[in-house]
Design a protein around this ligand. Structure first.
Ligand code: KIV
Length: 251
């Protein structure tokens, strides 16, 4: 798609009905992201979600999807425990789900990990820029501005065999330079329009995140409003004796 100049659409999903809807709506790629820790499990960051929990959700998403390419996050610290353990963890994802690739938040220092995974036949998406798994080290969720380092991280990931680079929270200008430099596609989140594709957390995009929504997320629906209104209507119908009616009852 990059070669043809066609933009790539990616969204996160964590459950069967959402994954099926996104797949049928025609997104090219779905991410079972560790953002699940925040938007599904209600944690304050992505650190608590475990490999077993990611695999549980990835297996569900993998079963729902017929067309899209499904990438699964390696959660913290699944790829910091040595290369052997990393392959074991990533291989569990590939063996136990129907998903096709893993994503890891990585800098140039993870080149050996990427090549070992690729050598083992596991496609790798590299996540460069803001690393939410390093939030405590970074001192918060901030735009990453070290241009030299960002370019080096992205190029090293490509050279190590990553099939794609996700760029999070980098300036549009740096993302454009990286996109033009790499052969593999870049997928941006808070990285401007020049990337080869875009990804958003589906809860942000559908208006299901009560609370903080990052500046880079565009809300395409108000599902929180839709659900709240439907539930209030249901409650009122029960209170008024309107539900169930004859149509919803057996003779
Ligand atoms: O876990 C996630 O949802 C991510 C986003 C950057 C898309 O990695």
């Amino acid at each position: 798609m990059k070669a043809r100049g066609h933009k790539i659409t990616m969204l996160t999903a964590y459950d069967f009905p959402t994954a099926r809807l996104l797949d049928r709506a025609g997104v090219e790629a779905i991410l079972v992201g560790d953002s699940m820790s925040m938007v599904v499990q209600g944690h304050e960051n992505t650190l608590p979600v475990t490999l077993d929990q990611i695999i549980y959700h990835a297996e569900i998403v993998g079963r729902a999807v017929e067309q899209a390419f499904v990438v699964v996050d390696l959660p913290f610290p699944a790829y910091h425990l040595g290369i052997h353990k990393t392959i074991e963890n990533a291989a569990r994802i590939i063996k136990e789900t129907r998903c096709q690739a893993v994503k890891l938040e990585c800098g140039a220092d993870q080149a050996d990990t990427i090549s070992a995974l690729v050598a083992a036949g596991i496609p790798v998406m590299a996540h460069v820029g803001l690393s939410p798994q390093a939030v405590h080290q970074l001192g918060g969720y901030k735009v990453q501005r070290d241009e030299e380092r960002l370019l080096k991280d992205a190029k090293t990931a490509e050279e190590a065999g990553a099939f794609s680079v996700l760029l999070e929270c980098v300036s549009s200008r740096v993302a454009k330079t990286i996109t033009e430099t790499l052969q593999v596609p870049t997928i941006g989140i808070g990285a401007g329009a020049a990337c080869d594709g875009q990804v958003l957390v589906v809860h942000d995009m559908l208006g299901l995140t009560s609370g903080y929504v990052p500046r880079f997320a565009r809300q395409y629906a108000d599902m929180e409003g839709v659900i709240t209104d439907a539930v209030a209507q249901f409650r009122d119908d029960i209170r008024n004796g309107d539900f169930p009616g004859d149509a919803e009852s057996y003779k």
